[in-house]
Structures are given as C-alpha cells and as structure tokens.
Write a protein that binds this ligand. Structure first.
Ligand SMILES: *[C@@H]1O[C@H](CO)[C@@H](O)[C@H](O)[C@H]1NC(C)=O
Ligand SMILES: *[C@@H]1O[C@H](CO)[C@@H](O)[C@H](O)[C@H]1NC(C)=O
Ligand SMILES: *[C@@H]1O[C@H](CO)[C@@H](O)[C@H](O)[C@H]1NC(C)=O
Length: 487
C-alpha cells in the first residue's frame, strides 16, 4: 500500500485504502471511495476504542513492525530513515497554495499526483503505444514533492527517531522561494523568512540537538545557486540564502545542481517524465531506444537568450540551422517545450548526439536527462555541467558516455561541432549509447507501487531508481561518519 507523504500513520494493512493513493493533493477523493474508506476504517476505530492500550501507542507499534526491517537485515544494512512531520507551512500549505508559488505560471497541475504531474497526453505515435501510460508531464521543479512521496514510502523508513540513522527534513525550499527568484530586494525579509523559520523549528528538535544535525538531510528541487545570492548569474539580490544559513550549511543537501566547492551537497538527477511501473515497461523502453533508427547526427533543444551578450545557446541554434541536414534544432523561444511535450522527446529519439550547453544561470539542464533517456549521447561544453555533478548516479566516467567540446573553441571558430561528432564511427556511437542506456534506470524516479498496478497485471518494478540510490548514499555516508567518530 502506498503512503501519502502527509499521512501520519497507516491504518490498514490490507491495501484497501489504496484506491485514493494516486490522487492529486488538491483533488477531493471521489465520494464512493470516501464511503468505502469510512466503511473499512470505522470498525477499526471502534475496535481501538475498546482496547485497553492507548490508541497512539498501538498504531505506532504496528507501524514499526511493518516498516522497520529486522535488525541486521540485508535490506536495511545502512540503517533506517526518519521523516520529520513538519508544520504544514513548510510543505503541505505550499502545495495547497500552488497558484501562488509562481505567479506567472500556475504549478498546480505540474505538482499534482504526489509530484509526478498529470499524464502526458500527446505522445501517441511517437513512442510505443503500451508505454504511453508510463509517461507524465512531470515538472523539473517537482523534486521536493517526489522525494517526499518516495521517502514516505521508503522500504527502510522508521517511525521511531531513536532507531533512525538518518533524518529527512521534507521542507519544500525551492517551492517556497520560487516567487522571490526574480523579485527585487525590497522583499528580502520576506524571501528569507521561511528558511529562517525552518532553521528555528528543526534546531529545536531533540534528534537534531543530539547530533547537531550531522545525520539530517534535505532535498532542494532547484539548482544550488538559487539558494546562494551572489553565486547566481541573474541577480545577486534574488533567491534566498537558505543553504548559507549556518545550521543548513552543514546539513547534507541533495540538489539538482551541486556547488563543486560544497562537500555537503550532492547532485541528484532532474526528474524526467518517464515513470515505469514494472520491469517489463523499463525493458521495453530500453529496447525501444537501443534499436531506434536515428536519422540525424545531433540535435539542440533550447532557447536563444537574447538578453545575454555572447549568448552561446543562440550560437548553437544558428550553427544547427546551418547544418540542417545533420542537426535538428528546437528553439524553445519559439516552440512550446513544455513538460511531457513531444517537441522535447522526438528530436532526441531521432539523433545520435544532443548538445547540452549551460543555461544562463546554471551549468546543468534537465535536458541532459531527457536526452539520455531517449538514448542520445550528450555533448557538454562546460566541465561543470557533468564532471563531479551526478557521480552517485552516472557512476561511469563522463568521458565514457558523453562528448566534451571546449566552448571557447566553438566561439572562436577553431572547432566545428559537426566535424567532431562526424569523427565518431558507428561502433563507437553504439558503444556509447549502450553506456547511456545502461545508466537510464539509475536516474529515473519511479512512482511508489500500489495495488492498482498489481491488479492491472503490469507486474512490479524492482530496480533501484534515483531515490533508492540517493537515500542509500546518504545512509552510507552517515554510517561512515559514525565509524570515523568512533575511532
Ligand atoms: C523593486 O520594488 C519596489 C517596491 O515594490 C519598486 O518600487 C521598484 O520599482 C522595484 N524595482 C525593480 C527593479 O523592479
Ligand atoms: C531501421 O532501419 C533498418 C534499415 O533501414 C531496418 O531494417 C530496420 O527494421 C529499422 N528498425 C526499426 C526499429 O525501425
Ligand atoms: C580559440 O580558443 C582556444 C581556447 O581558448 C585558444 O587556445 C585558441 O588559440 C583560439 N584560437 C584563435 C584563432 O583565436
């Protein structure tokens, strides 16, 4: 049965309440489902009222039995994770007020479905028919909600802080600052206030005090620069300085892009739209991208940045247009490149390579993951876009699955992207594509399984995905720290 991230504890182990588990945060459950729930839960409540032990005690003990793996078990050999039940203003209220997160662009749909977003609707004819139900219009900024959902359902979650090896703080820091990112300094106190309240709340918790937060972690669904005013390319006075606040500075942070100088920061993959529900769906997808006939040498999906002088992306758009027999360009300043749209999937499926420059304000892009998911080989122009970023996930040396071309040489015309890429033989391309496709399962975000899927007969998903790798990495790191301290 799937746990809703804001559920305090689970009442039923029979899986009957899963009918509401796939619902949108903002949607009301269907009436019939609500009645079914009441009919099932009511007798349990009556039963609990007539038992001698206090209700809270009973349910917590039952949960411990269900969720805490037995001591010494292989499955949780690095320990268990405790999920803080934060005051709703730090997460749930942000979702309830999803219209206010980004005034220009409502994120309500994008953050629905426990962060995975609405189903993608227009991929028919582009991908195999039986795989379309595994595709969603997932927002690149939904990571905080997705991690919360997944860690709430994590196999090694514990409800007992005394036995936890790691503490997860489900504060949606990126959603909290989104509306201040491009705002001006006049509201500085406002944009820092939620981060400051969180710091105040968490540092008062007994579990934090015990370790000074050394076994705590958080997920930031944006690039780290958005939380470091001054690092940020666009405006030193925008964003918030959340990660620079003293207690957070030494809290382990999972972020879409890490700062190379911060050992407390771990880069985690941007969410993509593919969320396979079974091993068979994953295998079908891998087979599809491996055997795909690719008519173009390379592709570039991205917008010109007219406000930047010497805009490199604009240069790539122009170069790609000049080589249109070999390159496909999707100019996102003209075409809609929205989440889950075919405009960003199809060109990657049709190309051997994809160009991945930095964007105005960050070195990494979600596009790198969209590209690799389609079995296309990424081409980087800045080392920081990939080297040292996602080592836990793309464990291979980036040189083995990507191409690096120096941006300066492209600018001064001493190197031609086309010539460099034409230098790769068919076998070499196939070898690199194989490495790319082998990495795909490691950067996917799989939805927590529930009975709906078992009923549908699509089977189960048993591979480790990005959340499994991230959380296990956090647990390993804390375990190593404890060992070092003991010596
Ligand atoms: C900043 O905010 C103040 C007060 O709201 C406003 O008067 C000013 O024009 C803004 N500046 C910019 C550059 O937007
Ligand atoms: C790819 O092209 C080759 C040769 O043109 C053809 O034999 C093969 O069936 C095609 N594969 C797919 C998956 O379309
Ligand atoms: C082009 O840039 C590269 C890298 O900075 C430099 O080594 C090279 O000398 C430059 N060539 C010309 C012709 O400017």
């Amino acid at each position: 049965m799937k746990m809703h991230p804001f559920a305090k504890f689970s009442l039923s182990s029979s899986g009957t309440s899963s009918s509401s588990s796939r619902r949108n945060f903002v949607d009301k459950p269907k009436n019939r489902r609500a009645w079914l729930f009441v009919a099932l839960v009511f007798p349990i409540l009556i039963l609990l009222m007539f038992t001698s032990a206090p209700r809270q005690y009973l349910s917590i003990r039952r949960l411990k039995q269900r969720f805490r793996a037995p001591a010494g078990s292989e499955q949780c050999k690095y320990g268990t994770v405790y999920v803080y039940d934060l005051p709703p203003s730090f997460n749930k209220k942000l979702l309830d007020n999803c219209r206010a997160i980004d005034p220009q662009n409502s994120l309500c749909d994008a953050l629905s479905n426990d962060g995975f977003g609405p189903k993608a609707t227009d991929l028919q004819g582009i991908i195999p028919e039986d795989l379309t139900p595994a595709w969603y219009a997932t927002s690149m900024f939904a990571g905080e909600v997705i991690y919360h959902t997944r860690i709430s359902n994590y196999k090694c979650r514990t409800y007992d802080p005394d036995s936890a090896a790691a503490f997860y703080i489900p504060f949606y820091a990126g959603l909290a600052i989104a509306k201040y990112l491009y705002a001006n300094r006049s509201i500085e106190s406002e944009r820092e206030s939620q981060g400051e309240s969180l710091v105040k709340w968490v540092t008062e918790q007994p579990s934090w005090k015990r370790s000074s937060g050394a076994d705590h972690f958080i997920m930031l669904g944006r690039v780290s620069g958005d939380f470091r005013p001054g690092d940020h390319h666009m405006d030193a006075k925008s964003g918030s300085s959340f990660v620079l606040m003293p207690p957070i500075r030494q809290t382990l942070r999972l972020a879409l892009e890490r700062s190379p100088w911060d050992r407390y920061e771990i880069g985690v993959p941007y969410p993509t739209g593919f969320h396979p529900r079974s091993n068979a769906e994953l295998e079908n997808w891998l087979k599809f991208v491996r055997t795909r006939n690719r008519s173009k040498l390379f592709t570039f999906v991205g917008g010109k940045e007219k406000r930047l002088k010497d805009d490199f992306r604009g240069l790539l758009v122009d170069q790609c247009r000049d080589e249109s027999d070999r390159c496909t360009v999707v100019d996102c300043s003209e075409t809609r490149c929205s989440d889950g749209s075919p405009a960003i999937l199809e060109p990657f499926l049709d190309s051997n390579f994809c160009l991945q420059p930095r964007s105005g304000d960050s070195f990494t892009r979600r596009s790198t993951f969209n590209c690799m998911l389609a079995g296309s080989i990424p081409v980087f122009f800045w080392k920081r876009s990939i080297f040292g970023q996602y080592d836990w996930f793309l464990r291979d040396d980036p040189e083995r699955f990507s191409v690096f071309i120096d941006e300066k040489q492209v600018r001064n015309g001493t190197i031609s992207i086309r010539k460099v890429l034409e230098g790769y033989g068919i076998e070499e391309i196939q070898m690199m594509r194989e490495r790319v496709t082998n990495l795909i399962p490691r950067f996917l975000y799989v939805m927590p399984g529930d009975d709906e899927y078992d009923d549908g007969g699509v089977g189960k998903y048993t591979m480790r995905d990005a959340v499994d790798i991230a959380v296990e990495g956090v647990l390993r790191r804390f375990k190593e720290l404890r060992l070092v301290e003991r010596q």
